[in-house]
Write a protein that binds this ligand. Structure first.
Ligand code: ADP
Length: 453
């Protein structure tokens, strides 16, 4: 058995094609040649025996016709023209054992491995007319019979063509298959070196799986590039988010300890607020990592979604009213899901807080609950500032905030939607967002319906 270890794809393909070529070009024609040779031999012998039988019949008829005597000339006329007698010595012996006529082979066979065969054909219908003695020297392998050498020659030509074609094809296919794989390997290496963006345009190979591999590697590079940008942004954002309350609180405390400011209760309250903001931020990050890490954190119970949502939404009514935003909801009855009410309330709170934050006064915010096949669908939509196409794919990333909302003093930290997404997914659901800049946004949650067993 051939063991190919640590060999290139191209080499492996070429060797495989070569082996295939040997099988197709040598072994298969060899075996089929041998089989046809045997079939030919059997056919030849069958023909010979039939001819000899006919010969016996003709001689017997001649014997009867000539009044039960052998006429040498006429015997010769019958025996001579048969070309297949080449290689046979044929002797006609009369009924008294005398030799009437002998036909010797015209051409001796040079094959050293000969099979000697003696065939005796009795002659005469009603009475014994003599015998036809045939001494047949037949080549053991038939290999130099003109038909066989003709066949062998064509098999050899065919085999050579197959081998040359298979090697050529192997070389071509190996090149075609290995090129995109080699390119993909080089690309993954460059990605692992941190070169995420490729400036080279790849020509499709025309092979579906290999083109998918090339595309997959490019997508991987692109998504790693995005992740890297987000990571850098995340670090800056975390630093910024943590620094702001710290700076405010520290400057107050410093001023008090330097005796510049009085330790008045409102100053201490300001410091306290900043500390609380810091604590809230850290709690959010903790909640997120818990949700992303382990769904078993959830304490789920079957809940009628309308009963669950109604009080939450009602509690937001006055808040929207104070901001001059019209707020409406439509909840379908009889929809139950298995949720952790505490965690899911956070989801709704977050979406509504965002809708409140990013919708201008006189705007509209709508919430709906409906059933779609096996899911409960909750939609929170607004006609607020919307999200640009560039930001939309990233809003569920941790600490991601669209430039628009960074510019606004909204008090957000960019963790809310990441928590929402992690919580919805921990519930076995999914959340998507659609938005048009300056027109509004819609957040859609799909939750599997509760199946009572
Ligand atoms: P933040 O605390 O900044 O609101 P989120 O994670 O909740 O953080 O949201 C991430 C970003 O998604 C926001 O900064 C904002 O740019 C955008 N966003 C979220 N909800 C809305 C909305 N309803 N309308 C417009 N933009 C939104």
């Amino acid at each position: 058995m051939i063991v190919l270890k640590n060999k290139s794809l191209k080499f492996t393909f070429q060797v495989s094609f070569l082996l295939l070529a040997v099988v197709a070009g040598v072994i298969v024609p060899g075996v089929s040649g041998k089989l046809s040779l045997n079939a030919f031999r059997a056919y030849w012998l069958q023909q010979r025996n039939a001819n000899l039988e006919n010969l016996g019949e003709s001689l017997t008829a001649l014997y009867d016709e000539e009044g039960h005597t052998w006429k040498r000339r006429r015997v010769m006329d019958i025996l001579h023209p048969a070309p297949q007698w080449i290689g046979m010595k044929i002797t006609l012996i009369d009924d008294r054992g005398r030799e009437v006529f002998t036909l010797r082979p015209m051409q001796s066979n040079s094959d050293r491995e000969m099979i000697q065969e003696h065939i005796t054909i009795p002659l005469g219908h009603h009475r014994h007319a003599g015998t036809l003695e045939i001494e047949h020297r037949m080549p053991a392998r038939f290999s130099n019979h003109s038909f066989v050498s003709y066949l062998t020659r064509y098999i050899l030509i065919g085999s050579s063509i197959i081998i040359v074609l298979a090697c050529g094809l192997g070389y071509y296919v190996a090149g075609r298959l290995s090129r995109p794989v080699i390119r993909a390997i080089e690309r993954t290496k460059s990605i692992s070196r941190g070169e995420y963006d490729s400036h080279e345009t790849q020509n499709p190979s025309g092979i579906r799986e290999l083109d998918a591999l090339t595309r997959g590697v490019e997508d991987l590079g692109r998504s790693l590039a995005t992740q890297e940008k987000l990571r850098q942004r995340l670090m800056t954002d975390i630093a910024h988010e943590l620094r702001t309350p710290l700076t405010v609180a520290m400057s107050q405390i410093e001023a008090i300890s330097d005796g510049i400011l009085e330790p008045a209760p409102e100053r201490l309250a300001l410091c306290m607020n900043e500390m609380k903001r810091l604590g809230g931020l850290i709690a959010n990050v903790e909640a997120l990592s818990r949700l992303e890490g382990d769904a078993s954190e959830l304490r789920t119970v079957p809940v009628k979604m309308k009963d669950f949502l109604e009080p939450v939404l009602e509690s937001f009514g006055p808040v929207f009213a104070r901001s001059g935003i019209s707020f409406a909801y439509e909840l379908e009855d009889g929809i139950a899901c298995e949720i952790d009410p505490g965690k899911f309330r956070h989801v709704i709170d977050n979406l509504l807080s965002n809708a409140l934050r990013y919708t201008n006064p006189k705007g509209n915010v709508d919430v709906s609950l409906s059933r779609e096949s096996n899911n409960a669908v909750i939609k929170v939509s607004d006609d607020g500032i919307g999200i640009s196409e560039k930001d939309l794919p990233n809003i569920f990333e941790r600490f991601y905030r669209a430039d628009e909302s960074r510019a606004r003093v909204t008090g957000g930290s960019g963790v809310g939607l990441a928590i929402v997404k992690a919580a919805v997914e921990a519930h076995g659901g999914k959340i998507t967002a659609s938005s048009i800049k300056d027109k509004g946004s819609c957040f859609r949650i799909e939750l599997p319906l509760y199946q009572s067993s």
